[in-house]
Ligand binder design. Sequence first.
Ligand code: AHR
Length: 498
Amino acid sequence: MKAKITVNNAFAVSKVDPRVYGSFLEHMGRAVYSGIYEPGHDTADGKGFREDVKALVKELGTPIIRYPGGNFLSGYNWEDGIGPVAKRPKRLDLAWKTVETNEVGLHEFIEWCREVGSDVNMAINLGTRGVDAARNIVEYCNHPGGSYWSDLRRENGAEEPFKIKTWCLGNEMDGPWQIGHKTAEEYGRLACEAAKVMKWVDPDIELVVCGSSHAGMSTFAQWEATVLEHTYEHVDYLSLHSYYGNQKNDVKNYLAKSVGMDRFIKSVVAICDYIKAKKKSDKVMNLSFDEWNIWYHSHEKDSKNEPWQQSPPILEDIYNFEDALLLGCLLITLLKNSDRVKIACLAQLVNVIAPIMTEKGGAAWRQATFYPFMQAAKFGHGTVLRHNLESPTYDCDEFKEVPYVESVVIHNEAQNELVVFAVNRSLDEKLDLEVELQGMASKAVTEFTEISGHDVKQINSKDACPIAPKAADSAKIVGGGLTATLLPLSWNTIRIAL
Ligand code: AHR
């Protein structure tokens, strides 16, 4: 098969906001306890955080981490996680039916984030809490001093404010499973009032308001419209969440699911722009896709969990090669929509539906989905170029005319290079890709790696990590443009010098 991409350096989609490579760490399962934090582990630092996990998080390169939930958030008292650890209460977490010890809280997490080189995307509880707790946590975190909450932060050991920029106004408030679930009217009013006071405390913060939990919610679209009616001028981003799975064990259909993500994003953009028009506003509402990933492997096991355990192993999906390919397609889709998607969080980071797994008292390793994310976060910076794609297509159960190649081209001005991320969705045919460059010419291919040649069910484990990029050699510069052969079922990263 043959496919052709044409790019012109005068035609851009948008600059990539690095926060699109965000991730998410919830107080649930083994994400925090025996994930990032395990006092007594061979690699634990003086505060009990695992150095082996820190190293993998740094390697993954996520620049911002959403915290502390998730469904957990809607019953969480942020004050339980500050002050002397010995005095912190143990609480029942009604979202996941577990016990939270609060050994790790605000200060510990923020310090850990600094060590791994990430910012914090802090979420506030609008399930059981409200406007008062919302303004207090911003004062605690971001006000320099001279007030009750900011002075308490200083007493608790942080003289300087944390300066947290990005904040989420609750989590999945449209879902009946959510503690303190609300109608769109109830949530819209509350989010508006919380947003107002939070920005009165710190006008420099940016706020994400909750959209639907997923596109299949019966309230989808009307929820977004009503919430934005109330909050449009007070918030900066609207959230999207979506998880994918290959329940039908149909690879062609599974790899096409990024087409569904693209439609979801475009529908939400349309709703935002409808409210913009209705309000005659000059403001563009951007999107925070703050929960996205593959989540289905662990469903059956998790349906049998005993309640009220401390950090039980839940949502521990073990990812395989086809998951890595879909993750690549989803990442490309987020990048292609970078004019509106400014924040995205791979949900989650460690142990819970995560690219990084740990064994209690043992190893930490990279799941199959680790490398596509890591390569995108490392090389996918600069300006996404609009691209014209001519590709053969296929039909599958859920989607028609799915291009065999899923691709994005990014002009990294700082490195003077062009980066192509591409997935060949074909099960059995290689694809000869031509990239025609207009307004620029390439000198050389600097790097071409591929992840390919595995059984779709192949996994990585603590003992072996076969799902990893390896050098490929078919990429060539021809007449200033690029040609490369994409192997069947492959994730490809090509960098060319301009
Ligand atoms: O990431 C797992 C869960 O998925 C989150 O807690 C919730 O927000 C979503 O439903």
